[in-house]
Design a protein around this ligand. Structure first.
Ligand code: UDP
Length: 326
């Protein structure tokens, strides 16, 4: 297929681009580089532009005879969405609707969309099945839910074929160490712990040890970035006009913050000092995927099933790029 990867210069998008190319698809990346990295995109594939530039998006879709779009271009920090919701509604909702309108104009109706576990809010049942009511508790989750709903409506009314993939905690890096996670400022657990191992920070602060979990620290479902990408490729093949595929992408296994820190100690050989800090606002005790539907619908299952192997790939990236993409 001819695939336009919107946000393909970002962490998850750039890994999907590599997998798409390896699978023989023709790929173009559309990105405004506001948070993505030019160096994460293979030479010659980047089209720099805004989603609000309708004529440019339509032209890109038409000129390259695009069959399907993967949409990764969104902001994804819960705290930031609380302090600056306008940024999130503009970037995640308005820009996504701009993209859908350009797709309608160019008659491209296949889309794989990055959704999130944040659409579930504080779920009562863990592991979380897709039937769980989607009741977000922060603007980030709401922005993603709005787009999921728009996709369902566009499918019903205009014949769009979509997949909404609800990510749990994306982690790790391409195994060859050439692309990886680089946020500024960094807020995610594994990169921060590995920055301690690199000597760039003196300790890791664990945000709360009084949660109702196995060791008191928050439990999350860490899924390797290439397993996420693999699910996108499978979703692409399953897109059906007039309908949508909504699936969780997680391993189904919960790992605590303490267990992540311990895995990082084992992988790096560094003692990684830790302190316990206050809870971070809005962190639920446990978020673990019920990942059965993705297996059934996409024939997908994660290849990285233990956090140590995920951390190993992240460590390779951080060691070879201690300052990220520079
Ligand atoms: N966390 C932590 N210290 C940090 C960063 C994160 O204890 O410096 C915890 C955070 O409270 C959460 C888990 O690590 O329970 C994963 O956080 P991250 O920001 O990586 O992903 P999120 O779950 O917010 O998407």
């Amino acid at each position: 297929m001819n695939v336009l990867v919107v946000g393909g210069a970002g962490y998850i998008g750039s890994h999907a681009v590599r997998l798409l190319i390896a699978a023989g698809h023709h790929v173009w990346v559309y990105d405004n580089l506001s948070r993505g990295h030019r160096q994460a995109v293979p030479a010659g594939l980047l089209i720099k532009g805004e989603l609000s530039d309708r004529s440019k998006v339509v032209q890109t879709l038409r000129e390259n005879q695009i069959d399907a779009v993967m949409h990764f271009a969104a902001f994804a920090l819960v705290n930031e969405s609380v302090t600056d919701p306008a940024l999130y509604y503009r970037n995640n909702v308005i820009a996504a609707l701009d993209l859908l309108e350009a797709m309608r104009e160019a008659d491209v109706k296949k889309i794989v969309f990055s959704s999130t576990t944040a659409t579930y809010g504080q779920p009562d049942v863990v592991p979380i099945p897709e039937e769980t009511p989607q009741c977000p508790i922060n603007p980030y989750g709401f922005t993603k839910l709005v787009v999921e709903q728009a996709l369902a409506d566009y499918a019903a009314a205009y014949g769009f074929a979509y997949a909404a993939l609800r990510y749990f905690n994306a982690a790790g890096a391409h195994p060859d160490g050439t692309i990886g996670e680089d946020h500024d400022p960094e807020s995610h657990l594994i990169p921060i712990v590995l920055q301690v191992a690199l000597g760039q920070r003196d300790k890791i602060t664990i945000f709360g040890n009084d949660y109702n979990t196995k060791d008191g620290t928050c439990v999350r479902d860490y899924i390797h970035i290439d397993d996420l990408g693999d699910a996108h490729l499978r979703a692409l093949e399953k897109l059906t006009p007039g309908t949508g595929i909504c699936v969780n992408l997680g391993t189904g296994q919960g790992t605590s913050v303490r267990e992540i820190v311990e895995a990082c100690r084992e992988v790096t050989g560094h003692p990684i000092p830790e302190i316990i800090g206050p809870r971070r606002a809005g962190d639920p005790d446990e978020l673990i995927a019920d990942a059965r539907r993705a297996k059934e619908v996409l024939g997908w299952s994660p290849r990285y099933t233990d956090v140590q192997s995920i951390v190993e790939t992240a460590w390779r990236w951080h060691q070879s790029h201690p300052d990220g993409y520079t």
